[in-house]
Design a binder for this molecule. Structure first.
Ligand SMILES: *Cc1c(COP(=O)(O)O)cnc(C)c1O
Length: 390
C-alpha cells in the first residue's frame, strides 16, 4: 500500500487472538511479561513490547502511526490534550536562559505559557506579528532555542510562508522549528516537508471532528521525538486509550471530512463576501485574501474556518449570535456541527483593544467553524440571522 488514505485505513494495531476485524479498545494500564527474563529484556530495550499505558498502548500507538503517515513524519507521541502537546514541545527542550521566537497570533493558552509560565523559569520570548521573513530572522537571538508559529492563525487566518521559514531553518539548524498545525490539519498542510522539525496538533479539533474527546499529538524527526519521549514518560501527560481509539478511527475519514468542511467554508465565504451587512470576510482561498497565492501554494484547500465582521459592532454581533437557529455558540471548532464564536469577548477577551486590533479582531468579528451540514442550510441560517438583526 503506497497511498496515504489506504495506509491510514489499513495499517492498524496487530490483530489479537480473537481475530477481530475492527481494532478493539485496549483498556489496560499495564501489559504482562511472559517470564522474568522477558520483563528484564523489555526493560533493557533488548526486546520490543508494551509495558505500561503511560509509555505506550496499542490504541495510542496506532493513532500516532496514522498521524505520522499523514504528515510524512518519522515518529510521534500522543498527549491527553492539545495543550499538553504544546507545553511538552517547549518544556522538553528549553533551559533557563533560553529564548523563544513565536508568531503573535497564537492560541490563548499558548500565549499564557509564553507570558506567564515560562518567564518563571527564566525563558523569554519575542513575538513576530508579520509574515515578513526578515522580521522572523531579526527576532532570532544567540539563545533562541525554539521558533514557533500557527498557520493559519486564529481567528485572523493569517498565513506564514512555510517554504521561506524552511529556508531559514537551514540557516539556523540548531533552532527547533515547531508549528501548531491544528487549523490546517495534516490533510491540508504538511509543514515537515519544508524542513520543520515538529508538527503539533490539538486532536480535539478536526482529528476527532465530532466534538467528543480531547487529545494532542506531536510528530517529527526521531531524534527530537526520543527526547520528548523521555520528558513525557516521566511527566505523564499520556493520551487515554479510549480517546486514542476514538481518534484513530476518526482519522479514517479525516480527508473526506476536510474536503467537505473546506467546500462548505468556501461557499459560505463567497456568499458573505458581497453581503451588505458584512464589513469583511476572511478566508484563505478567497482571491481577496491578501495571502491567497501563498495559501494556494502551501495548503490543499482553505480549511474549515471563516472569519467575518458584521456591521454594527459588538451589539450586532451578540444579537446575530442569539438569532442563529441551527448553529450553536460553543468554545470548540472542527466539529461536524457548525459553531459560531465571538472572539473579542471569549478567547481574546483578556487582550487590550490595541492587541485585538493588531490580530484583526474587531467588536463585530465572528469566527465560524463551518460544519458538515448541507451548505445551503448553513448559509441560510447566517443570512436569516443577519436579516433579522438589521
Ligand atoms: C484547541 C487548540 C489548542 C489546544 O488544544 P486542547 O485540545 O483544547 O488542549 C491548541 N492550539 C490550537 C490552534 C487550538 O485550536
Amino acid at each position: 500500500m503506497k497511498k496515504d488514505q489506504s495506509r491510514i485505513i489499513r495499517e492498524q494495531a496487530t490483530r489479537s487472538a480473537t481475530r477481530e476485524h475492527s481494532v478493539p479498545l485496549y483498556l489496560t494500564s499495564s501489559f504482562i511479561f511472559e517470564s522474568a527474563e522477558q520483563g528484564r529484556a523489555i526493560f533493557a530495550e533488548e526486546e520490543e513490547g508494551m509495558v505500561y499505558s503511560r509509555y505506550a498502548n496499542p490504541n495510542t500507538t496506532e493513532f500516532i502511526k496514522r498521524v505520522s503517515t499523514l504528515e510524512g513524519a518519522e515518529s510521534g507521541l500522543a498527549f491527553a490534550s492539545g495543550m499538553a502537546a504544546v507545553f511538552a514541545s517547549f518544556a522538553a527542550f528549553i533551559e533557563s536562559g533560553d529564548h523563544i521566537v513565536s508568531s503573535r497570533a497564537i492560541f490563548g493558552s499558548t500565549h499564557q505559557l509564553l507570558t506567564q509560565v515560562f518567564p518563571k523559569w527564566g525563558v523569554t520570548h519575542t513575538y513576530v506579528n508579520t509574515a515578513d521573513i526578515d522580521a522572523w530572522e531579526n527576532a532570532i537571538q544567540a539563545n533562541t532555542k525554539i521558533l514557533f508559529l500557527e498557520s493559519p492563525s486564529n481567528p485572523g487566518l493569517e498565513l506564514y510562508d512555510l517554504e521561506k521559514l524552511g529556508e531559514l531553518k537551514k540557516k539556523y539548524p540548531q533552532i527547533i522549528f515547531a508549528i501548531d498545525n491544528c487549523f490546517a490539519t495534516p490533510y491540508l498542510q504538511k509543514p515537515l516537508k519544508y524542513g520543520f522539525d515538529l508538527s503539533i496538533h490539538s486532536a480535539t479539533k478536526y482529528m476527532d471532528g465530532q466534538g467528543r474527546v480531547l487529545g494532542g499529538v506531536i510528530v517529527g524527526n526521531q531524534e527530537l521525538i526520543n527526547k520528548l519521549m523521555f520528558f513525557i514518560r516521566h511527566t505523564g501527560p499520556a493520551m487515554s486509550p479510549f480517546n486514542a481509539w476514538i481518534l484513530s478511527k476518526s482519522l479514517e475519514t479525516l480527508g473526506l471530512r476536510m474536503d467537505r468542511h473546506c467546500s462548505n467554508a468556501l461557499a459560505l465565504a463567497q456568499a458573505l463576501e458581497t453581503h451588505a451587512e458584512i464589513e469583511n470576510v476572511i478566508y484563505p482561498f478567497l482571491p481577496s485574501h491578501p495571502q491567497y497565492e501563498l495559501a494556494k501554494k502551501q495548503m490543499k484547500a482553505g480549511g474549515g474556518i471563516v472569519t467575518f465582521e458584521v456591521k454594527g459592532g459588538k451589539d450586532r454581533a451578540f444579537r446575530f449570535i442569539d438569532e442563529l437557529e441551527m448553529i450553536r455558540y460553543t468554545s470548540n471548532l472542527g466539529d461536524s456541527r457548525s459553531i459560531a464564536t465571538h472572539p473579542a469577548t471569549t478567547t481574546h477577551a483578556k487582550l487590550t483593544d490595541n492587541e485585538r486590533e493588531s490580530l484583526g479582531i474587531k467588536p463585530g468579528t465572528i469566527r465560524l467553524s463551518v460544519g458538515l451540514e448541507d451548505k445551503e442550510d448553513i448559509i441560510e441560517d447566517i443570512l436569516q440571522a443577519l436579516e433579522s438583526t438589521k
